[in-house]
Write a protein that binds this ligand. Structure first.
Ligand SMILES: [Zn+2]
Length: 179
């Protein structure tokens, strides 16, 4: 659940300090969907010393924080009836609405993953859509013993994805580091 900081500058600062990889939505107190700017916790515009005369959470803006940007996106839809706008300075890597396109060739798919981070699309992968046009995926059969397969299933379950998606993500990461 995202945490809202309203008239809580000290608590907000301490959240930022302890969740440097998290994300923060800067928004109006009335949660107007017109302004729901999402930042990385590290972004200079929402952390450190506020500009003179300003505060983080006691003025017209409040802060909504979460370690998972997907949770903030869901929060925005549910509570503010809007979508997040990514900050142009810190560029949170997950832009709302990131969608894995439908690929019509292997080359196109490879090109896409060369220039995009798999981790920016986990919200898509979680839905089980891996974005490969039907019939284009090549299948690799691997043999696992039952213990390995059990562990793999457990990790996949913990992450809420299916086993083939997990394996696919691991392979992509490894391929990138080997290439
Ligand atoms: Zn920012």
């Amino acid at each position: 659940m995202p945490m809202t900081f309203d008239h809580e500058d000290a608590a907000y600062q301490s959240w930022i300090d302890t969740h440097q990889d998290g994300c923060v939505v800067n928004c109006y107190r009335d949660l107007s969907p017109a302004y729901l700017m999402v930042h990385r916790a590290r972004c200079g515009t929402i952390s450190g010393q506020p500009a003179r005369g300003n505060t983080w959470t006691t003025g017209e803006f409040v802060k909504v924080c979460s370690v998972a940007i997907e949770a903030l996106e869901r929060w925005a839809g549910r509570e503010a009836n809007g979508t997040l706008q990514p900050c142009g300075l810190c560029r949170p890597t997950y832009a709302p609405g990131n969608k894995i396109p439908d690929f019509h060739s292997h080359d196109k798919e490879a090109e896409f993953w060369d220039t995009h981070e798999v981790t920016d699309y986990l919200h898509e992968l979680r839905t089980g859509s891996v974005g490969v046009a039907p019939g284009l995926a090549s299948e690799v059969r691997i043999q696992l013993d039952s213990e390995e397969s059990k562990i793999l299933r457990r990790i996949a379950d913990e992450r809420g994805i299916d086993v083939s998606t997990l394996v696919r993500m691991w392979i992509k990461v490894r391929l990138r580091s080997e290439a």
